[in-house]
Design a protein around this ligand. Structure first.
Ligand SMILES: [Zn+2]
Length: 372
């Protein structure tokens, strides 16, 4: 989500970002609101536009407040919120950890819809006070009240990853003490909701509302996909539970000295072992890592005369992790889009091995098949 988005401001230490897809929905909604306000022809064109843009902006402020409500509860519970991204389907708070208890998850999930209902109530109050003297402002407020009401109710649909799905998960989790089972049911419900949306969309499409139909299919597809990936993630998390990095880091099969030349590295290590990276080690300590990109940057004719130490990624720039770190932290680090591998290094600088995302997943698969 962080890619293709720009940071617009920071609130409570959380970066608020706009995704490119947000622009599309902003324009579309503004256009819809303007059309709505011009329908009965009571107001001038300027007022309709002003009211339309205001409703659109306030709608996104509402979405932001909804996400902030989740985030503030999460931070209060000691979780880190990386950012809030506004995108085509609304907003998402990227909270880097999973809630540690069913109670925490419940409060965190319910906070968003509660915020939407609170905004709906305030907007409705404003409409009630302003409807005589400030007709246009009152109309915007009424519209906002309705939208926030729908937003709150929609989010309470009990299918993960919607808030209602999280509420459902926290309840099953609390009742059974089994988070994986709870996730399985909540994400299954999420996939069900997704497919239902897609089916309704197809039905609308056939019935002639082409745009609404497509939109429903699109939302359903997004929900089903998100539910599916949330489930895979929960399973992965369960399989790495109580494991440390050390337990899955194989002793380095292959290391190279910084003094070796690139030609012997390529023919003696990389090609023969199908390695895509090799650790550069001297006296047991990690000096750096040599990757294919680094090698490619050197013209072939210079390979015999170039030493590994000259072109390696130096240890100071390598992402390293301690062997006693829990495996989930490592898996998350490897999934953040930077590098999908980490160097495992003891506190005293001794090199333990390279942890590779692909390898970890394969190992876990084998272990689960063997039941060990
Ligand atoms: Zn929410």
């Amino acid at each position: 989500m962080e890619r293709h988005s720009i940071r617009i401001l920071t609130l409570f230490g959380i970066a608020i970002r706009l995704h490119v897809s947000w622009l599309f929905i902003f324009v579309l909604l503004t256009w819809t609101f303007v059309a709505h306000f011009s329908r009965d022809g009571r107001w001038s064109n300027e007022i309709c536009w002003l009211a339309g843009v205001a409703t659109s902006v306030l709608f996104f402020v509402s979405v932001l407040l909804h996400e902030l409500a989740h985030s503030v509860v999460a931070m209060d519970q000691g979780m880190r919120v990386r950012n809030i991204v506004l995108f085509i389907f609304g907003g998402v708070a990227e909270i880097t950890e999973e809630p540690r208890s069913a109670g925490t998850e419940f409060v965190m999930a319910i906070a968003g819809p509660m915020m939407s209902f609170a905004i709906a109530a305030s907007a409705w109050g404003f409409w009630w006070l302003a409807r005589g003297p400030f007709e246009a402002a009152a109309a915007v407020a009424l519209h906002l009240a309705k939208i926030n009401m729908i937003l709150g109710i929609f989010n309470l649909i009990p299918g993960f990853p919607l808030d209602g799905g999280r509420v459902l998960r926290s309840m099953i989790w609390g009742a059974t003490r089994d988070v994986l089972l709870a996730t399985r049911w909540a994400t299954r419900a999420g996939m069900g909701v997704g497919f239902l949306f897609m089916a309704l969309g197809v039905w609308q499409f056939i019935g002639g509302s082409l745009f609404n139909g497509l939109w429903m299919v699109f939302i359903g597809w997004f929900l089903a996909g998100a539910a599916q990936s949330a489930y895979s993630r929960a399973r992965l998390r369960e399989s790495v539970r109580d494991r440390t990095v050390r337990q899955v880091t194989a002793p380095p099969a292959d290391v190279v000295s910084p003094e070796a030349d690139l030609a012997s590295l390529i023919y003696g290590h990389i090609l023969s072992r199908h390695a895509r990276l090799v650790a550069v080690v001297e006296n047991g300590g990690l000096r750096g890592v040599i990757t294919l990109d680094r090698i490619r940057a050197v013209p072939q004719r210079l390979w015999p005369s170039t030493r590994v130490g000259e072109v390696m990624l130096p240890a100071s720039e390598v992402r390293a992790i301690h062997p006693e770190t829990d495996l989930w932290t490592a898996v998350e680090l490897m999934g953040d889009g930077e590098t999908d591998w980490l160097a495992v290094v003891e506190s005293d600088g001794r090199f333990v091995g390279i942890l590779d995302r692909e390898n970890v997943l394969q190992q876990l698969e084998v272990r689960s098949q063997l039941g060990v």
